[in-house]
Design a protein around this ligand. Structure first.
Ligand code: BEZ
Ligand code: FE
Length: 294
């Protein structure tokens, strides 16, 4: 087989893949070739444009290290991360909706006690977060592990300024109590631009897009027998809710961060300045294997 042209090359490549021993690899490879060839046929790139595309992907790879994952940012900003999330996380009645993990999760976040203030040395408007974790039928998930992380009031995460602040802050791992409740203090997060000093930032600019995410608090919640929940709660009224650069906003994840006057807070603590109060009740799905066994 030789002398391929624009009309015969796609089938030639598909024929070559036809004997792939793993059926899933065969399926994925065939779909990749069909869609990639269709894309090239549609846009009919010049040789120079094709070279630019290869260089863009090369620079995206070179930007990646243990702190920066430019390919995930590319997936996020092209809506692919949220598409994969939507395919894998149907939401039954009572379950909290999911959204992107993002690059600022830290596996070994400090373990803290309910009621602790996790703001470290950061300054900002105090924020009380109270919440519950339960099954989709409302049974409390006692001892659920609740990881939280969020930006400061300038829109930066601790890991982006570790040299200046010296320690992790605005992130922690809590355990829900016997009634599935947890609470902590921190500072209210602000909206922020995703890292845009690399190829993804260049792409956003060329597409006439801004790099901003609306203010939010991240949650990752696990409990035995439940599917791990990865989500955020967004600040109602944020100007970027309808143009989140990574398409992660869902109505059910938006809450008023209620401004409260100084005084006794709902957790009994006396506060001498105004503070914000976020409360959210999370519903976790049963893991698929325990649904079948039930
Ligand atoms: C974040 O919310 O932390 C995030 C998500 C996707 C891309 C960049 C940041
Ligand atoms: Fe974030």
């Amino acid at each position: 087989m030789r002398n391929f042209n624009e009309n015969t090359i796609t089938d030639a490549v598909l024929d070559r893949i036809a004997g792939a021993p793993d059926p899933r690899i065969k399926q994925v490879s065939e779909a990749l070739v069909r869609h990639l060839h269709a894309f090239v046929r549609e846009i009919r790139p010049t040789q120079k444009e094709w070279e630019f595309g290869i260089d863009f992907l090369t620079r995206t790879g070179h930007m990646c290290d243990d702190k920066r994952q430019e390919f995930i940012l590319l997936s996020d900003t092209l809506g692919v991360s949220m598409l994969v999330d939507a395919i894998n996380h149907p939401v039954p009645e009572g379950a909290t909706e999911t959204t992107v993990l993002g690059p600022f999760f830290v596996e070994a976040a400090p373990e803290r006690q309910n009621g602790d203030d996790i703001s470290g040395s950061m300054e900002g408007d105090p924020m009380l977060v109270t919440g519950t974790v339960s099954t989709v039928d409302g049974q409390p998930l006692a001892g659920a592990v609740v990881d939280v992380w969020h930006s400061d009031n300038d829109g930066y995460y601790d890991v982006q300024q570790l040299d200046e602040i010296g320690d992790l802050a605005m992130r922690a791992r809590f355990r829900a109590d016997g009634d599935g409740r947890f609470h902590f203090w921190s500072i209210k997060p602000a909206a922020y631009p995703i890292p845009h000093d690399g190829p993804v930032g260049e792409m956003l600019e060329a597409q006439g897009r801004h790099p901003w995410r609306p203010a939010h608090v991240h949650f990752m919640i696990s409990a035995p027998g439940a599917e791990q929940l990865v989500t955020h709660v967004f600040v109602a009224g944020d100007k970027y809710l309808d143009s989140d650069v990574v398409f992660g906003v869902k109505d059910s994840l938006i809450r008023n961060f209620v401004r409260c006057p100084p005084g006794r807070a709902p957790d009994g603590r006396m506060v001498d300045t105004a503070y914000y109060h976020l409360t959210y009740d999370f519903g976790l799905k049963q893991v698929a294997s325990s649904v079948q066994a039930a």
